[in-house]
Ligand binder design. Structure first.
Ligand code: KIV
Length: 259
């Protein structure tokens, strides 16, 4: 049964944890979706770093996101697929955001877009997008598109910062987002936001009190060279792939393969 926005909101009420991972291509998407393991598959702009080799998420373009999101969407039957709007494809104006989000929905088949920040200008954009029927996921706390201003450090540690993040989450909820990613904030702040807003909070480095959790799939698979302190690797695919590639090279050189 396909995951819908209505189901996600019901799962919050039922206290059923929501599971989310990122994907950037067709085979990864198929594996994540098999057996309905993952509820939300996010084509995150982290693909700039984990799939395209950039130092930050900033360089990835809308065309590149659409290219990857369409491949992911072709691999998914059940999960809700959400695609990030990359840096400076929604901040300039409401009409730029509508154009970018519209392209994502039309050209990829994804069900929703995610954008970063909860500044009043962003909330205004979200209100317009949702009024036109485009589902939006919010993202507050550490917002990697602002890395040059924020760095990658935990956000919301002071009272003022925590209040600002709470206000942003509330404003995004009022503007119509169906869920909010809370990234790298203290667990007690995530608990306050989760209790205050009636839509799901999906945490990444935000403790156990969120309605769901998301991680970057390349991190859980051990594909990335280093991962953030809050991520966890469940397998070391770098090692496994290195061994397989080495075995193949050895067998070709020794004429053991092909038989
Ligand atoms: O780009 C991404 O992968 C994300 C997740 C880390 C939430 O935004």
């Amino acid at each position: 049964m396909a995951v819908t926005i209505q189901k996600l909101i019901a799962w919050k009420q039922q206290k059923r944890p929501i599971v989310s991972l990122t994907a950037w291509d067709y085979p990864i998407a198929q594996i994540l979706d098999e057996g309905g393991k993952i509820d939300i598959i996010l084509v995150g702009d982290s693909l700039a770093m984990v799939a395209l080799g950039h130092q930050t998420t900033l360089p990835v373009t809308l065309d590149e996101m659409i290219h990857h999101a369409a491949a992911v969407r072709r691999g998914v039957k059940q999960a809700l697929v959400v695609c990030d709007l990359p840096f400076l494809t929604y901040q300039e104006s409401v009409s730029q955001a509508i154009h970018s989000a519209g392209r994502v929905l039309k050209e990829t088949g994804c069900a929703a877009v995610k954008l970063e920040g909860g500044h009043p200008a962003i909330a205004e954009t979200v209100a317009k997008l949702t009024a036109f029927g485009i589902p939006v996921m919010g993202h507050v706390g550490l917002t990697p598109q602002s890395v040059h201003r924020l760095g990658y450090k935990q956000q919301g540690k002071t009272f003022d910062e925590a209040q600002r993040i709470l206000d942003e989450a509330t404003a995004l909820y009022s503007a119509g987002v169906f869920a909010i990613v809370l990234e790298h904030i203290p667990s007690d702040l995530a608990a306050i936001i989760t209790a205050k807003i009636p839509i799901p909070t999906i945490g990444i480095g935000a403790g156990v009190n969120c309605d769901g959790q998301v991680l970057v799939t390349a991190d859980i698979l051990g594909l990335t060279e280093k991962h953030p302190p809050f991520a966890k690797s469940y397998v070391n695919l770098r090692e496994i792939i290195t061994r397989a590639v080495g075995d193949f090279a050895t067998e070709v050189r020794s004429r053991e393969f092909p038989k």
